[in-house]
Design a protein around this ligand. Structure first.
Ligand code: KG4
Ligand code: ZN
Length: 344
């Protein structure tokens, strides 16, 4: 249901449970985050990746406590909340269902509207928290553990996916290489840190689909190439050059992301480029896209570091516009796992 826009101040209580972080936030209509609590599930470390069933159970265990803590920290009560936002897709279906069921129950019990948010849209809107006046049109590079999408974004209801990964996501590439190197999960922040002391030209890993007018990404060949390279070296060599290998890996991933984003920005004469998702925390990506973006006269935006990874504040940020337009879901709302950014 969409009707006339609201202009008065309001507060959104938001939930994010799409993967392995349970997060509850309260944000007001000026994009000011009042509270943003994240409970990151460490259980999965023992398994080398997220175990969906464990993720759902932990969301269930944490969500009520986290909600109460959010209200207490904010010195607010349920009566002060105007709308309830929740990420509905994409993600692990069992994990999403916890957030969606909880949000719907609260909405029903409190008589407040519920707002369905696409998680990727949430990542994009994380940029509004630091820059409330940042408005589309812009080119958005959304890079997370499960997604890599280049989106020509005109509005929440009008955007086009220009390119996406044909196999692994950029964050997944960082995570898998980190695992091959025995460095742990999530791999992105670890490789980012180690790479600072390494030589990015130490080894040239492949940059896939490096053709003009091709804006898709691919990281599976790259991953195989890293695996083959490591298999050809002994442990001593790998340990001695771990920083160089990490720097070369990071350079290859960042080159692929930046070259395609800048090529499309140039072609479409984009004035604003925004980067979003967990990988937008990467220091090399931030430096390179800022520099190359400046060269073509585009303004570049990233979320603040604390809003790059999964968090409920970004889900609340994406819900603000929907609340203003009375774009509410009804209680038949369901979670679904289908990949990618989409209109809900
Ligand atoms: O957006 P996000 O928190 O979760 C998903 O929606 O997938 O992204 C998580 C991903 C992980 O793959 C992680 O390794 C990556 O973001 N990541 C990074 C950095 N920080 C997080 N990748 C590269 N450099 C970083 N500094
Ligand atoms: Zn995410």
């Amino acid at each position: 249901m969409i009707s006339s826009e609201k202009t008065k101040q309001f507060k959104i209580l938001a939930f994010e449970t799409s993967c392995d972080d349970t997060s509850v936030a309260i944000i007001n209509s000026d994009f000011k985050v009042i509270v943003n609590l994240i409970s990151s599930q460490t259980t999965h470390k023992d398994f080398g990746g997220v175990v969906p069933e464990l993720a759902s159970r932990l969301h269930l265990k944490n969500i009520m406590q986290l909600t109460q803590a959010a209200l207490t920290n904010a010195e607010l009560s349920f009566e002060d909340i105007d709308g309830i936002a929740v990420s509905v897709n994409p993600g692990l279906i069992g994990a999403l269902l916890v957030g969606v069921s909880f949000a719907k129950s609260l909405a029903y019990g409190l008589g407040k509207p519920v707002i369905a948010v696409n998680h990727m849209l949430g990542h994009i809107y994380a940029n509004r928290i630091e820059n409330p006046d940042l408005k589309p049109p812009y080119l958005a590079l959304v890079v997370s553990g499960g997604h890599t999408e280049l989106v020509d974004f005109k509005s929440m209801n009008d955007f086009k996916v220009i390119g996406k990964t044909r196999d692994d996501a950029a964050g997944e590439a960082f995570d898998k290489v980190s695992k091959l190197l025995g460095l742990g999960y999530p791999g992105g922040p670890i490789i980012d840190k180690i790479a600072k002391n390494g030589n990015p030209d130490f080894h040239q890993f492949p940059r896939a689909l490096n053709r003009k007018d091709n804006y898709d990404f691919s990281f599976s060949g790259f991953k195989t190439s890293v695996r083959n390279y490591l298999a050809s070296k002994n442990d001593e060599f790998i340990q001695e050059h771990i920083a160089d290998i990490a720097a070369s890996v990071q350079q290859a991933i960042v080159d692929s992301l930046v070259s395609k984003t800048i090529a499309f920005a140039k072609k479409s004469d984009a004035k604003i480029i925004i980067v979003a998702g967990g990988v937008s925390a990467n220091s090399l990506l931030r430096n390179e896209i800022s520099e190359k973006g400046r060269d073509i006269g585009a303004n570049i935006f990233f979320p603040a570091l604390e809003y790059c990874m999964d968090n409920a504040a970004m889900i609340g940020a994406a819900a603000i516009e929907k609340y203003q337009k009375n774009d509410f879901a009804d209680l038949s709302l369901n979670a679904f796992s289908t990949k990618g950014i989409r209109i809900l």
